[in-house]
Design a binder for this molecule. Structure first.
Ligand SMILES: Nc1ncnc2c1ncn2[C@@H]1O[C@H](COP(=O)(O)OP(=O)(O)OP(=O)(O)O)[C@@H](O)[C@H]1O
Length: 247
C-alpha cells in the first residue's frame, strides 16, 4: 500500500482557546522538505499556530489538514521542560521514541541506537549520561531537538528554537535543520530573528492576530509588510533599514 503523502494545509483557518479566536485568516500549504518561518511580535499567535498543528489549540473555523501526531516532532520554547527534573540527557531523548512506539513496551536495541544517533547528530554524543538540567541553555535546546527528531518525524515544529541559545548551539541547530530539510522533513519554526527567517526559510508567514502575508522571504520580509504586521513596533532607520522593537 502507498504511504499517504505528506500534507500540511490550512485554508481560512481561525485558531483559539475555549472557543475564542486569537489568530484568524491562516492560509498555508507546506510540502515535504520545505521550511516555514512564523514571524510576528509577542502575543501574535505564533505558538498558537504551532500548537494547532499538535492538536493543542482549537481550530475554530476553516479547514486544516495536518500530519498525524506520531509523524510530528516538537521542540517547545525553552523553559517548557523543568530543568530541575532529575533526568539524564539520554532519558530525555528516549522520551521522543515513546510517542511513535507506545510507552508500554520496553526500550529495545533499535531505540538505543536511534537515541545515540540523534545525540550524535546534535553534537552531544559525549553528554548522554549527563544530567539534563546541568547543561547550558543552548545544549538543553540541542537535547530537545534530538528528542524531537529521534522518531524521524515528517514534520518538525520548533517554537523559538534560538532564544537564549549561544552562537555555537545556534549553528549546530541550523546545520541539523538544513540536513533534515534536505532529507525531506518539513520544518515550521517561530522566530523573532528576521535574519534566521531570511537565511533558513523558503516560506515566511507574517502574523499578528491574523495572517498578514505569506510567501518567500523576498516577498514577505519587506519594510511595508513588516510595518503592517508590527505597527508601531517597526522602526525605520535613516539608512533605509528597519528594526523591530518589541513593546
Ligand atoms: N492556553 C491559552 N489559553 C488562552 N489564551 C491563550 C493561551 N495561550 C496563549 N493564549 C493567548 O493567545 C495569544 C497568542 O499567544 P501566542 O503565545 O500564540 O503568541 P506568540 O506569537 O507565540 O507570542 P511570543 O512571541 O510572546 O511567544 C495571546 O493573546 C495569548 O495570551
Amino acid at each position: 500500500m502507498d504511504r499517504p503523502r505528506f500534507e500540511l494545509r490550512y485554508s481560512g483557518v481561525s485558531i483559539g482557546y475555549q472557543g475564542r479566536p486569537v489568530l484568524t485568516g491562516v492560509d498555508l500549504e507546506l510540502r515535504a522538505g520545505r521550511r516555514l518561518a512564523l514571524v510576528g511580535p509577542n502575543g501574535a499567535g505564533k505558538s498558537t499556530l504551532i500548537k494547532s498543528m499538535l492538536g493543542l489549540a482549537e481550530i475554530l473555523g476553516g479547514t486544516a489538514s495536518v500530519p498525524a501526531r506520531a509523524d510530528t516532532g516538537y521542540v517547545p520554547q525553552t523553559g517548557a521542560l523543568d530543568a530541575d527534573f532529575p533526568v539524564s540527557v539520554r532519558q530525555v531523548v528516549t522520551m521522543g521514541r515513546y510517542r511513535k512506539l507506545g510507552w508500554w513496551r520496553p526500550v529495545r536495541a533499535a531505540d538505543r541506537t536511534a537515541v545515540a544517533e540523534a545525540l550524535d547528530r546534535v553534537g552531544l554524543a559525549d553528554r548522554a549520561r549527563h544530567r539534563f538540567g546541568l547543561l547550558s541553555g543552548g545544549q538543553r535546546q540541542r537535547v530537545l531537538l534530538a528528542r524531537a527528531i529521534v522518531a524521524k518525524p515528517k514534520l518538525l515544529l520548533l517554537d523559538e528554537p534560538f532564544n537564549g541559545v549561544d552562537a555555537v548551539s545556534q549553528e549546530a541547530i541550523l546545520r541539523v535543520l538544513r540536513e533534515l530539510s534536505a532529507a525531506g522533513t518539513a520544518l515550521v519554526l517561530s522566530t523573532h530573528d528576521l535574519g534566521v527567517a531570511r537565511d533558513l526559510a523558503d516560506l515566511v508567514c507574517l502574523i499578528n492576530g491574523r495572517q498578514h502575508a505569506v510567501g518567500t522571504p523576498g516577498e514577505t520580509l519587506t519594510a511595508e509588510a513588516l510595518r503592517r504586521t508590527y505597527g508601531s513596533g517597526a522602526l525605520d532607520l535613516a539608512d533605509g533599514r528597519m528594526i523591530l522593537v518589541e513593546p
